[in-house]
Design a protein. Structure first.
Length: 256
């Protein structure tokens, strides 16, 4: 196994040109991020080609969700070193709403469904401003459960249905990079299968996706490539097939 963690160093102009170029659709380079003085993301580098699905894996507390939040440019954790590029745009120079406009769609673990609004209203609100993604009727075709419940208050749906709405709401924007944080968390197996179907359709549609999921085997079966984090650092970067076939690697870093 190759350790792909990188030493702490400032990015050079050559690095920047390489990242911003057309060779890599998405790249995070040497990201160091903090919650206050707590050093959480420790020099993470990863890249995703256009249309790929990347599984971002690791034990609890490895820094997976923090890495997604840093990519999405949420207020915390704070990136203090490193760069993030998407389709030639410097996400590290943006705040969250600017990153969203640039095409980053984060589906957080807590889903953030808006109480008091119907399914339809949640989707319409996502499209209140440009850039608009999939039409709502297309979303209903892809998420038939949501079509059946379009007039229902969204927070009264089951957890699995709310997860579908959270994903649909992200796709209602013109998303270039979809970030899924624990999409199977707490869901019944039959609902997990439905979410897996949806993620496969997203992949077939060519949307670049990073998925964080404790159900690592399920994520790996969907993914093209995998990055494994341990204590905020990258310890593996390779194919999903390699992780599925390497029991020692899985046991060491994923306990499976």
């Amino acid at each position: 196994m190759t350790d792909t963690s990188i030493e702490n160093r400032p990015s050079t102009a050559t690095d920047n040109a390489h990242i911003a170029g057309t060779k890599r659709f998405f790249a995070a380079e040497n990201i160091h991020a903090y919650y206050g003085e707590s050093y959480i993301v420790q020099g993470v580098s990863l890249e995703v080609n256009r249309g790929e699905v990347l599984a971002l894996l690791g034990r609890n507390g490895a820094g997976k969700t923090s890495t997604l939040r840093a990519i999405a440019r949420l207020a915390s954790p704070e990136i203090r070193q490193g760069e993030v590029w998407l389709d030639g745009e410097a996400l590290h120079d943006m705040v969250a709403h600017e990153a969203s406009i640039a095409g980053v769609g984060l589906v957080p673990e807590d889903r953030r469904i808006i109480a008091g609004l119907t399914v339809q209203e949640n989707l319409e609100l996502a499209q209140i401003a440009e850039p608009i993604g999939w039409p709502i009727e297309l979303l209903y075709e892809r998420f038939p459960r949501l079509a059946e419940r379009r007039k229902q208050e969204a927070t009264t749906m089951s957890g699995g249905e709310q997860q579908m709405l959270a994903v649909a709401r992200a796709l209602a924007r013109n998303v270039k990079l979809l970030l899924l944080d624990e999409p199977y968390e707490g869901l019944a197996p039959v609902i997990v299968q439905e979410i897996e179907r949806i993620v496969r359709e997203i992949k077939e549609a060519g949307i670049t996706t990073i998925i964080v999921e404790q159900n690592a085997i399920a994520a790996l079966k969907l993914a093209d490539r995998a990055v494994i984090l341990d204590s905020g650092e990258v310890v593996f970067d390779g194919t999903a097939e390699k992780v599925l076939g390497d029991e020692d690697l899985r046991q060491q870093y994923l306990a499976i």
